[in-house]
Design a protein around this ligand. Sequence first.
Ligand SMILES: O=C(O)C(=O)C[C@H](O)C(=O)CO
Ligand code: ZN
Length: 281
Amino acid sequence: MANIEYQERFTSHPSDVKSYDTEELREHFLIKNLFEKDKITLIYSHYDRFISGGAVPIDEVLELATIEPLKAQNFCDRREVGILNIGNQGIVTVGEDKYRLGHKEALYIGMGAKNIHLSSEDPGNPAMFYINSAPAHQGFPIKKIASTDTITLDLGTSEKANERRIVQYIVEATVQTCQLQMGITELKKGSIWNTMPPHTHNRRMEVYLYIDLPQDEAICHFMGEPQQTRHVWMGNHQAVISPPWSIHAAAGTSNYSFVWGMAGENLDFSDMDMVKANQLR
Ligand SMILES: O=C(O)C(=O)C[C@H](O)C(=O)CO
Ligand SMILES: [Zn+2]
């Protein structure tokens, strides 16, 4: 059954963002309520035409059907998709093929795939599928990425409260994609800063979905041009759109994790323009 809601988000010029107040900043960049029972919720950003979404199948099998802005018969007619399960055991069916995704396992689905359905193995303990998608020009094979298939990078130190593990799920070295990259960054206990020192990558936009944040805690996400930053207070399971010209970093009131996804000009994860912390304004 197709039970999909979508919203479009248009792009903002950095000099316009300078004058956004709290509400306007949140309206354009913050993504709330992605994970609703028996629904697929999609946000179509005009930055690199990147779609981020959530699906929580409980009593229904949910179909990742096309949405009107795609003007396509099937969701993947001109798109590739990454699905990362942040909930309990779930099943993604593509055509006749079934892929079981456990907690923090991912699936890449290439252009041309049809009949994508999402379900939970146990409705009492549902899967929570986080979906990222970008335009594609070539169909690459479907691939499941378990945690043993990922590439990990350990960054930061406890002294700087930014000790974290970057877990790369969908990157050039693990899966062939046109432009999509996805992964999870997990902060160690006692560390609160992600992506600090920060960076921009004018060649790619990025979306962060914050997860594993204890109840009553909060994330202060920093965005904007490095010399003109703004902050957005966020909660667990909320996402934020990072324009290519914006830094994307945060401090939490506890440790937490986040799923990052990006698309754009290249597939070079390390292509970042670093900014020194003492240069931020
Ligand atoms: O903690 C970090 O640093 C990150 O996770 C960085 C993201 O992966 C990123 O922004 C990639 O461009
Ligand atoms: Zn980045």
